[in-house]
Design a protein around this ligand. Structure first.
Ligand SMILES: [Zn+2]
Length: 497
């Protein structure tokens, strides 16, 4: 058996009128309640079908979507646990950042050496995936920082006795798909429109059958059934060319993108406008991006096709953009001029949220490990901000995103801006939400501390705000860092911010 085909023959599918089909476009196998369905439903085989036509009954904010998910699984007997830090290198030495909720439980819980904090459990885990960085802003759906909502169950085979820290089966494939299907239906999804694509998962020496859950052109969840381990004598040969055998422990590892569920409920042109609308509105206004009705309509129509701008799938970005322009009947230059500044704005908002996660969990920009990654994001964001003409202090942009995170241990907002701060939020005339500065002022937080270079040998601000009124570009600190050769962090002092 090479592709685990038998693993997808679920009672749940049989009992609920699903049939198995092969996508005429990509050849993937999928399960659907619609026997006439020809494609798997995922871009590029289909386009986003919910822009302007949301897929759920109610329009939800990020926080409301998170709560709807977690409370649904609590009602189904799962214990809600607090998320882990985004710095996964604090409890494991093989990775730097938390990229999925299962990272919280690797390697000791998944291997059965340590019991999980609850079983089954549900969590909404902040994650950072830097490998998606080139897609951020362009596809309308990729974000570097996101929350992976999940439900996990840790099972061990009966015959293994009490060899592991947990024993017996909590639930497995049928129940997992049933929960997902029930949640989607309760949110208002049309059951006929949901497809479950067979897509075996392989990673880090483990593997198992997995299912991608697609609705209205958007992948909303992945259901992974981690049950195999690499074994030269194993009976299962998987897509990476290695052979695998069954483990004594088998783990339900699901991932539901909080941002995508929120986006589905709102049907905005991009996920970014659904999850941090204030930041997008602020950045657009600050950069002086105004669209007339025709341009706004073109952006909306281009957004439904933006799924094809995936660097992992497309030949190259320019070809993908040309195809979209041709489909819309507009010159590619016109489309590029319209879309690129918006794509940059989206990336800035995402990267500021990434930094809010990083700094909130205690990562300090440096030249090693997670600190190096934070420095990379910081520099990239600064470059994008300059490119698109946004004139706002990065630390306040990060604070603005931090306010949306809702975790008590992630309070990077440091209170009221000091009177010397020359920057003031400018407010859009049609914006009805409180400005960032008024919300920052209203917070009951300790007095604002100036962001300082982490290097102990200098007190220079590592970031200097521009004069908003004149729109001058920010300059380097006037006091040059005085780092000595032994300063371990001198790189961050001399970073061109
Ligand atoms: Zn397909």
């Amino acid at each position: 058996m090479s592709d685990l085909v038998e693993e997808y023959q679920l009672d749940y599918f049989r009992e609920n009128g699903f049939s198995r089909s092969e996508c005429v476009s990509c050849g993937d196998h999928f399960w659907s309640r619609d026997p006439d369905r020809e494609t798997c439903g995922e871009p590029p085989c289909e386009t986003y079908d919910f822009i302007g036509d949301p897929g759920f009954d109610e329009e939800l904010t990020l926080g409301e979507t998170r709560e709807a998910f977690l409370s649904f699984f609590e009602e189904q007997g799962h214990e809600r646990i607090e998320p882990y830090p985004v710095a996964a290198n604090r409890w494991r030495d093989d990775v730097l950042l938390t990229q999925a909720s299962i990272y919280d439980f690797q390697p000791l819980v998944t291997s059965g050496e340590t019991p999980p904090p609850a079983n089954p459990l549900t969590v909404s885990q902040p994650c950072i995936r830097m490998q998606d960085i080139d897609n951020v802003g362009k596809t309308g759906r990729h974000t570097m920082a996101f929350e992976m909502m999940a439900h996990h169950a840790f099972n061990a085979r009966e015959e293994a006795g009490d060899e592991y820290a947990y024993s017996g089966e909590v639930y497995w494939k049928d129940q997992t798909v049933a929960y997902c299907d029930q949640l989607l239906t309760e949110m208002g999804a049309d059951p006929e429109g949901i497809t479950y694509i067979e897509d075996p998962w392989v990673g880090g020496g483990n593997a198992g059958p997995a299912i991608e859950v697609i609705y209205k052109g958007l992948e909303l969840a992945t259901l992974v059934f981690m049950s195999l381990e690499q074994d030269p004598d194993g009976e299962y040969e998987l897509k990476d060319g290695n052979t695998y055998s069954e483990m004594d422990t088998y783990v339900v590892d699901t991932g539901y993108g909080l941002e995508r569920w929120t986006w589905m409920s709102q049907g905005t042109p991009t996920v970014y406008e659904a999850v941090y609308p204030e930041a997008i509105a602020f950045l657009k206004e600050n950069a002086g991006i105004e669209l007339d009705d025709d341009e706004a309509d073109l952006v909306r129509r281009a957004s439904t096709l933006a799924g094809a701008m995936d660097i992992d799938e497309a030949e190259d970005m320019e070809t993908a953009r040309g195809d979209i322009a041709a489909e819309l009947g507009v010159p590619v230059d016109e489309l590029r001029d319209l879309m690129e500044p918006l794509e940059t704005i989206y990336a800035v908002a995402d990267h500021c949220r990434t930094m809010a996660y990083m700094f909130g969990d205690g990562i300090v920009p440096s030249n090693v490990g997670t600190g190096y990654l934070a420095r990379m994001v910081l520099r990239r964001t600064k470059r994008l901000v300059d490119e698109v003409g946004v004139d706002a202090p990065l630390d306040e942009l990060v604070d603005m995103q931090a306010e949306r995170l809702d975790y008590e241990n992630r309070d990077t907002t440091s209170g009221t801006p000091t009177p010397t701060s020359r920057f003031r939020w400018r407010r859009s005339s049609n914006c009805t939400t409180p400005t960032a500065s008024s919300r920052i002022r209203s917070r009951k937080s300790p007095p604002k501390k100036e962001p300082r270079c982490p290097c102990p040998t200098t007190s220079t601000r590592w970031w200097r705000p521009a004069t908003a009124a004149t729109g001058r570009r920010r300059r380097r600190p006037t006091t040059r860092p005085t780092a000595s050769p032994i300063c371990p962090r001198r790189i961050s002092c001399s970073t061109k911010t």
